[in-house]
Design a protein around this ligand. Structure first.
Ligand code: AMP
Length: 499
């Protein structure tokens, strides 16, 4: 199938040619004709399948008729994270080179004023994260009654981040007669319910299950003791990685992202960080530095990295094994993109082993172990980020040197006992010791190296109906915390003696 058989306009076809695309991807070939015909589309597809163009290209074709009015955007695209929203904006720039369209981005963490000015001018395309969009709508600065096409992207991630109530509210603010294009990598019951409620007779399209789209990625598991030994294992993997160009490193917790990146920096790696507590400018700077090659490592949390389209990532390291098997598929999908080969290595401690079982079940294959299994490895130093935590705990005061010494001796012992240079099994990545490829920290841009950016945007309050497990994921919120937020002062927790 060819792009010019899909019914796209001349201007769009020219832009596709300029982008160098020869053939539509399966989701594009299937979705574009229906989207052009005005049908609702339910696309089950993950990032990397070309789904952004699957909705952007027909939208551009359809936007050629009519024009935007002040405060009344014509189309709305909802994205779970700011980075994804910015990425979709880039797609409109790329595919819309031959169009005169106004694209506005409404995301948390940047000033209201600039965003308001764009909306007031009239936007053909509004790309937004749910929180900031509702803020605008509730303040009466935005009318959603002119929306002709609504795109809900990465719906499963919206669910993880607790955005479903927001999405429901937004769907009620847009006209009933709009066209809806809905994309999700997986179909949890809540997502199915949402589609039944808000899509009208959709065409259901499914491209290769998320789990089966990872043929270009060599996967491996490496056992390690927890704590400092794990960081040493990571360093060895980076230094010994074959065909290393750059790597995304995943940590399960936001606070560990900054700590781990600082630790890597201290060991001479060029490293940036990306997590939801960073302000938008710092996030974009880190991402740009990684994209440009100014830093070769990017330490990320799941939410911040979800769906990022960086075409040439050679390695993914799971510093922590993800506790949700689906996150594993999304994480490793950051490498091996656009037909390139990639390597994804996960560091596994004894307590992580149960998650590996779930992952292997989901991807329907066994992942090859390099070296020993976790239960053959002594526990070592179980302290999480000891050096950094020690510094934080001392709050400016030096720890007693005897304590430091004994700590470092313990750490050394743990490393010697637990770090293994993995031997390469048949289809696992070859990992051998060799000089580190990363540039010294001093060569990274200062902004990209700043791993603890200022937090100038307070988090949004969590909706009450979000289960605690999902609340933890809401990194992109920007609603002000009410009262004390989640914090309970310790004096309130003290037991009281009743007379
Ligand atoms: P997405 O799934 O939308 O994140 O797209 C993943 C990557 O595929 C992006 O870098 C796109 O530029 C690229 N891409 C999208 N459509 C095509 C196509 N038809 N041919 C080649 N590359 C494409």
């Amino acid at each position: 199938m060819n792009f010019n058989e899909l019914g796209l306009s001349e201007k769009v076809l020219k832009a596709i040619e300029a982008a160098g695309y020869k053939m539509p991807t399966p989701i594009q070939a299937e979705a574009i004709p229906h989207a052009l015909a005005g049908r609702d589309v339910l696309g089950i597809a993950q990032t990397g399948t070309g789904k952004t163009a699957a909705f952007t290209l027909p939208m551009l074709s359809r936007l050629e008729q009519g024009r935007a009015r002040a405060r009344m955007p014509r189309t709305l695209i909802l994205e779970p994270t700011r980075e994804l929203a910015a990425q979709v904006e880039e797609s409109f720039v790329r595919y819309g080179v031959n169009h005169k369209i106004n694209v506005a981005l409404l995301i948390g963490g940047v000033s209201f004023a600039d965003q308001e000015a764009k909306i007031t001018r009239g936007a053909d395309v509004l790309i937004a994260t749910p929180g900031r969009l509702l803020d605008f709508a509730e303040r009466g600065k935005l009318l959603l009654t002119g929306i002709e096409i609504l795109v809900i992207d990465e719906a499963d991630r919206m669910l993880d981040m607790g955005f479903i109530p927001d999405i429901e509210r937004i769907c009620k603010l847009v006209p009933f007669t709009r066209q809806t294009l809905f994309f999700s990598a997986t179909m949890a019951p809540e997502i199915t319910r949402l589609t039944q409620q808000f899509l009208h007779n959709p065409v259901r399209l499914e491209v290769a299950r998320a789990a089966s789209t990872i043929e270009t990625i060599t996967q491996g598991l490496v056992a390690s003791a927890p704590g400092s030994a794990k960081r040493e294992t990571l360093r060895q993997l980076i230094r010994g990685a074959d065909n290393f160009k750059n790597a995304i490193i995943f940590s399960n917790r936001k606070r560990d992202v900054a700590l781990l990146s600082k630790s890597l920096e201290k060991h001479g790696f060029s490293v940036g960080a990306l997590h939801g507590d960073m302000d938008q400018r710092a996030r974009m700077t880190s991402l740009e530095a990684f994209r440009n090659g100014d830093v070769s490592l990017l330490v990320c949390s799941d939410v911040a990295a979800r769906g990022l389209d960086i075409p040439d990532v050679s390695h993914v390291f799971n510093f922590d094994v993800p506790t949700h098997a689906e996150d594993y598929v999304h994480r490793i999908g950051r490498t091996g993109r656009a037909g390139k080969l990639g390597t994804a290595l996960s560091i596994v401690t004894k307590s992580d082993q149960r998650y590996i079982d779930d992952i292997e079940k989901l991807i329907e294959r066994k992942i090859v172990w390099s070296g020993a299994m976790p239960d053959q490895i002594p526990d070592g130093d179980a302290d999480d980020m000891p050096a950094e935590r020690g510094r934080g705990a001392s709050r400016g005061g030096e720890r007693p040197s005897a304590g430091r010494e004994s700590r470092s001796r313990r750490t050394r012992t743990a490393r010697e006992a637990t770090v293994r240079v993995p031997v390469a099994p048949v289809d696992a990545p070859v990992v051998e010791a060799r000089p580190q490829p990363a540039r010294p920290a001093s060569s990274a841009t200062p902004a990209a190296r700043s791993t603890r950016p200022p937090r100038d945007v307070p988090p949004r309050e969590m909706p009450r109906d979000i289960p605690p497990s999902r609340r933890a994921n809401r990194e992109d919120d920007d609603r002000p915390v009410l009262g004390l937020g989640d914090h309970v002062p310790s004096f309130l927790l003290r037991s009281v003696k009743l007379k």
